[in-house]
Design a protein around this ligand. Structure first.
Ligand SMILES: [Cu+2]
Length: 161
């Protein structure tokens, strides 16, 4: 039960006073004055906008990295992608017509990156079984093969040209 008085509200045995912003305070010398409330609101809004922008960038932004070309050796070529909080580099380039492979060097311990999936190749490999996991890439024609973690959160691609 609460009862409204001119100067405040008695609720649960305590007197609350209403300040200019209708915020409930414990005494007349309310620390939440207009200015502080305004500042806090603006601050919260700015933080909110920054957070939303960061999340949007993280999920939808193109985190472009320099593409790395594979080393060609003995009629074969391989590129290495380090898996550690993402793929580095996230784009590797293979030469058309030379048998190619991508070695995934696993240094990550999160479940998120434990598998690498090449949808277009029907490849889904567990990277946690061994340090280096090799994925053979068909290089008979130019094209791109996208890969991602098992949850499709981290992305990379292999370009054949
Ligand atoms: Cu994931």
């Amino acid at each position: 039960m609460s009862k409204r008085f001119d100067h405040g509200i008695i609720s649960h045995g305590r007197t609350f006073y209403v300040d200019v912003c209708k915020h409930y305070c414990y005494d007349y010398n309310c620390k939440y004055n207009n200015e502080v409330i305004k500042m806090v609101k603006v601050f919260a809004l700015i933080i909110g906008i920054i957070l939303i922008a960061l999340i949007a960038w993280w999920f939808f932004g193109k985190h472009e990295q320099a593409a790395q070309s594979a080393q060609v050796k003995d009629n074969g070529q391989k590129a290495t992608v380090v898996v550690n909080g993402g793929y580095s580099p996230s784009t590797v380039v293979l030469k058309k017509g030379v048998p190619g492979q991508v070695d995934f060097d696993m240094r990550d311990h999160t479940a998120c990156l434990s598998h690498v999936v090449f949808d277009s190749l029907g490849v889904n490999k567990d990277l946690t079984k061994q340090k280096i996991t090799t994925v053979k890439i068909p290089t008979d024609k130019a094209g791109e093969f996208n890969f991602a973690c098992g949850m499709d959160m981290f992305h990379g691609k292999v370009v054949v040209k």
